[in-house]
Design a protein around this ligand. Structure first.
Ligand SMILES: Nc1ncnc2c1ncn2[C@@H]1O[C@H](COP(=O)(O)OP(=O)(O)OP(=O)(O)O)[C@@H](O)[C@H]1O
Ligand SMILES: [Mg+2]
Length: 274
């Protein structure tokens, strides 16, 4: 399968330095499921990359291996020069899951403070950073609220603040907005782009949505299932900033068509022997 490009497609935003190097990575679970096969990928500092693909194609597994939550069966992953999961500074990576996963009995402040608390910082030492993280996601006034008092979109913002409070260089997001309504999702898409720009982040964003992947990313990695693997690596030429006007452009429509065709093609790659 010819890939579109492995270049640096985002108009110069991303540097030329590799942050993540996956080389020939396999993941086979104990029950014999091959969740990921032969995945090789270099992601440079500053890129915004989406993993797109049907259910079961190994997107979450790939993300968990990059973070070190799961080990690889074969091959290797390095993040910032360290084997995945072996960085001396665990704060380098922020992880946002599909569910906000907040502690219901704790305030917004306490929820965002948690990662710093686990690192031994007192409330007093941490408070400026917690407040800064809440301000980043527009929730400065909600520190004392409880999760049940917030909308789904606001809860997801708290979850993003919690991931950002350790000042990570890499933000891994696993279908973070799948459960939200269209308007809230669009707003949070813009907020994530703004965070990416202002914090100099590298982002890997998992989604089922062609539209969301195109709107956000400089590059879309399309995966197929059985066994989970990369079938396209599409560099998008559209520059930044992206905004509501971008959704109305011919370039956006064309990129959606390109990515959509690649995704439909993944059905041709299903190997029924696995
Ligand atoms: N702990 C596990 N043990 C056994 N098999 C697993 C485990 N976790 C995932 N799998 C299997 O590995 C494959 C890839 O799963 P994964 O969760 O990575 O897919 P995904 O692309 O994230 O799917 P979705 O879009 O539904 O979230 C699936 O077949 C899944 O059933
Ligand atoms: Mg998943």
């Amino acid at each position: 399968m010819p890939d579109q490009s492995h270049g640096h497609p985002d108009g110069g935003r991303a540097g030329q330095t590799a942050l993540i190097e996956m080389i020939d990575v396999d993941k086979e679970f104990a029950n014999g499921t091959v969740a990921v096969r032969d995945m090789s990928l270099v992601i440079n500092k500053g890129e915004f990359v989406s993993f797109l693909g049907p259910s079961g194609c190994g997107k979450s597994t790939a993300l968990k291996m990059i973070s070190g939550l799961l080990s690889v069966s074969n091959g290797s992953i390095t993040v910032n020069g360290h084997l995945a999961g072996q960085s001396p500074d665990a704060s380098d990576i922020g992880y946002v899951f599909q569910e906000a996963n907040l502690l219901p009995w704790a305030t917004v402040f306490e929820n965002v403070y948690l990662p710093l608390k686990l690192r031994g910082l007192s409330r007093k030492e941490a408070s400026a950073r917690v407040e800064e993280a809440l301000a980043m996601v527009g929730l400065a006034k909600f520190a004392k609220s409880y999760p049940r008092q917030l909308s789904g979109g606001m809860r997801m913002r708290v979850s993003i603040a919690r991931a950002m409070v350790t000042k990570p260089k890499l933000l891994l997001m696993d279908e973070p907005f799948a459960a939200l309504d269209e308007m809230t999702r669009a707003k949070l898409n813009d907020d994530v782009l703004q965070l990416w720009e202002s914090q100099g982040l590298t982002v890997i964003f998992v989604t089922h949505s062609v539209f969301e992947s195109v709107y956000l990313s400089s590059r879309v990695v399309v995966m197929a299932a059985r066994p989970g693997r990369v079938v396209h690596d599409i560099a998008l030429g559209d520059g930044y900033p992206r905004n509501a006007a971008y959704r109305m452009t011919a370039a956006y429509t064309e990129s959606c068509r390109l990515v959509s065709n690649a995704l439909e093609g993944t059905m041709d790659h299903v190997d029924l022997n696995h």
